[in-house]
Design a protein around this ligand. Structure first.
Ligand code: ADP
Length: 724
């Protein structure tokens, strides 16, 4: 317990001490409360600081702090109430004052409180408590009113002046109205406590609190602002995040479900990610690709191509971003892809990685290849066809000409394309009269849609010459079945015409040649039937008939031989042959016949063997020797010779006969050709012998020719390749 003690001696009138008056006041509670207040305050201060710091962290924490503050404040208020209650009866000063405002008594504490030294000094100085003591002049009225009503007043706090010094202090009064036995109010008695310190502390606390509230409000506002801003930012972030996620999902979706292969790789071509499409294209799960070189899945050819591209790119060459590659499927089939790769860069332009997109073009490639093959086939058909082919639009302008057709017409293909064909190659008829386009059979085809075959017209070459043609013109129709042009296939029939001419000639020649002996056969036979001849004459006539029959037989034999040889139906038996026995053997035939001619053999020594058919070569020699005899009506020497040349043997038959006129030489070896002049007038023949000779020599890969001077003689030569 803490006490405040005051003691005074009590004396009698003589001044002798008769006792001691002691006043003890228990101030323990006051002290404790003061201490509590002080501590609460300090604690509060500390908390405020701490909370202020915390405020910055979160608004939530701040609210909690405010709540905590409120609680602390409530506690402080409670403490203060208690404090006040305790002080209500605690007395600092004691007084007695008159109802009219004079100080009747004042204890030393009150005296001291009012700045006086003693009661004696103080009492006369106070004349009007209401105006002199209370700062608020109406305070005393209030004080008196309460006392009048309630007899007592407690804890009546007022601001007052220390009476002597006029210093303003705060006091708390407790007082009662003292009455006499009749109840008449006598005076007031009361206790005064100086509560200035407490008031100041309270005030300071209040100020602090206000300041704190203000700071809290400020912080709260600031935090609210920043919180709102943060909130807005968070909202924005969320929105962006959602948008990004959606975007990302879209991109992932695009990436995953793209119809093309999309792959990302390092700058040195190692695959870092690739979409699912690759699984369909190459048959491996896509995990197999990651970490491998893209090149690993290409054929060696494509790998080389990729490496070459990389090399060229590194060398600074422009490389097309698109590349066609062959990849190898898991089942070893080849997949053709068309790829585009580009280097992705960061905002500073530094390369990050390679993004590549590959499209499976195998089907397209196959279709292209098939088309190309078809095109080549068509082209081949058109260009290799033995006939000319002309394509034209409905107006008659050339849209297609095959090379053979152009060559036949003496043009280059490009010279005819786009040109009006009729004006170019069909402008005149065979007889030289103009051929109007309107009459052109090809134009009729365009008009009526019917195919036309023409066999007796001519086409004109670039050089102005013409040739007989046979052509077939067919309409070209579009999908709507309308005729949009025509195609003509034509053939140069010069040769055929010539063959026809030769055939006609041949027939007339043959029939003439056959008719001559037949006519004499018939004539002699008729003669013998109509008249009676002597047996000698009959024999003579029959000999003529016999000879004519032999001649006819020869003619037919020669002709059939020639036909067989020309038609390629004559079988040859080529063997290694020595020529000399063949020569001797042939000469023997003529020796038997006899005659005025001298037959001489002139053979070079060591003749090589030849490859040939002995019977056919004998036929050649016999024909030439018999001609030599036949066309040397005055006899003379006939030389049969042979000499060796490089890789061949040259054989000749030389006579001293009638010779052959120069102009006859080119036709000498053709069928039925015979020199018809006075020298040969009486010499019979078929004109087939030399034609046969030529065919047989050619079949032996040899050549035949003649040297001749009329009336001097002829030498027929032919060669045979020597047999090695
Ligand atoms: P043919 O002897 O039956 O008339 P060939 O075809 O053997 O028929 O001869 C054709 C022609 O060539 C003869 O009619 C003749 O005019 C000429 N001819 C052939 N051989 C000789 C020759 N040795 N001397 C002169 N003319 C010849």
């Amino acid at each position: 317990m803490t006490v405040e003690a005051r003691a005074r001696f009590l004396r009698d009138q003589k001044g002798t001490v008769v006792g001691i008056l002691g006043i003890y006041r228990d101030i323990t509670e006051r002290k404790q409360i003061e201490e509590a207040l002080r501590q609460a305050h300090a604690e509060l201060e500390q908390r405020v600081q701490q909370r202020t710091a915390d405020l910055a962290r979160t608004n939530e924490a701040l609210r909690a702090e405010i709540a905590e503050r409120k609680r602390a404040e409530d506690a402080a208020r409670a403490a203060e109430r208690e404090y006040r209650a305790l002080f209500e009866n605690a007395v600092e000063g004691i007084y007695r004052s008159s109802l009219d405002g004079h100080q009747l008594r004042a204890n030393p504490a009150l005296v001291k409180l009012n700045g006086y030294e003693s009661e004696a000094e103080m009492l006369p100085a106070v004349n009007n408590i209401a105006t002199e003591w209370y700062v608020d002049p109406h305070r005393r009225e209030e004080f008196q009113r309460i006392l009048a009503e309630q007899e007592s007043v407690t804890a009546f706090e007022s601001e007052v002046y220390r009476h002597k010094t006029r210093e303003r202090i705060w006091i708390s009064e407790s007082a009662r109205l003292v009455r006499d036995q009749h109840g008449t109010p006598l005076y007031y008695e009361g206790m005064v406590q100086d509560i200035t310190t407490r008031k100041r502390a309270e005030e300071a606390l209040q100020n602090d609190h206000i300041e704190l509230e203000k700071r809290v409000r400020e912080r709260t506002t600031a935090l609210l602002h920043s919180n709102t801003a943060l909130q807005a930012e968070i909202e924005e972030r969320k929105r962006v995040e959602t948008a990004l996620r959606q975007n990302e999902e879209q991109y992932r979706d695009l990436f995953e479900n793209a119809n093309d292969v999309i792959g990302i790789g390092t700058l040195d071509h190692i695959i870092t990610s690739i979409n699912r499409r690759i699984e369909q294209i190459l048959g491996y799960p896509r995990e197999e690709f990651v970490g491998k070189y893209f090149h690993d899945f290409a054929t060696p050819r494509s790998r080389a191509l990729l490496e070459d591209r990389t090399r060229r790119r590194l060398a600074g060459d422009q490389v097309s971003p698109t590349v066609e590659l062959e990849l190898v499927h898991r089942d070893n089939s080849i997949v053709i892809v068309e790829g585009t790769a580009h280097i992705r860069r960061d905002p500073d332009g530094k390369p990050i990685d390679i993004q590549a997109i590959y499209r499976d073009i195998t089907a397209r490639k196959r279709a292209e290849a098939a088309l190309e093959q078809l095109r080549q086939q068509h082209e081949l058909i058109l260009t290799s066809a033995g006939e000319g082919i002309l394509g034209s639009d409905a107006q008659g302008r050339a849209t297609f000409v095959n090379p053979i057709g152009a060559r036949m017409l003496g043009y280059e293909v490009h010279e005819l394309l786009g040109q009006p064909l009729h004006d170019q190659i069909h402008h005149h008829k065979a007889d030289g009269t103009p051929y109007p386009f309107a009459e052109c059979p090809s134009l009729q085809v365009v008009r009526n849609g019917h195919t036309a075959r023409v066999t007796n017209e001519v086409y004109w070459r670039k050089d102005g010459t013409s040739f007989p043609v046979e052509y077939l013109t067919a309409p070209i129709r579009n999908n709507a079945n309308e005729v949009i042009g025509f195609v003509s296939t034509f053939r140069d029939i010069t040769e055929r015409k010539e063959v026809e001419r030769i055939k006609d000639e041949l027939i007339s020649t043959v029939s003439h040649e056959l008719r001559t002996p037949l006519a004499s056969l018939r004539g002699f036979a008729e003669l013998m039937l109509k008249r009676n001849f002597t047996p000698e004459k009959q024999h003579e006539l029959l000999s003529v008939i016999h000879n004519e029959a032999i001649r006819l037989t020869h003619l037919i034999d020669d002709f059939l031989d020639l036909q067989r040889i020309e038609g390629g139906h004559q079988p040859y038996t080529f063997v290694s042959l020595a020529l000399e026995p063949l020569f001797r053997n042939s000469l023997e035939l003529f020796a038997k016949v006899g005659g005025s001619h001298l037959l001489r053999l002139e053979l070079a020594s060591a003749l090589p063997r030849v490859r040939g058919d002995a019977n056919r070569l004998r036929q050649v020699l016999v024909n030439l020797i018999s001609n030599a005899i036949k066309f040397s009506p005055h006899g003379g020497e006939i030389e049969i010779g042979a000499r060796t040349e490089t890789h061949q043997v040259v054989v000749w038959v030389k006579d001293q006969g009638v010779g052959i006129p120069h102009e006859a030489l080119p036709k000498l070896f053709t069928k039925f050709f015979r020199v018809d002049n006075s020298d040969t007038y009486n010499i019979s023949g078929t004109g087939l012998g030399l034609a046969l000779v030529r065919e047989i020599v050619h079949a032996h890969q040899g050549k035949v020719w003649v040297d001749s001077t009329p009336r001097v003689g002829s030498t027929f030569f032919f060669t045979l390749p020597s047999h090695r």
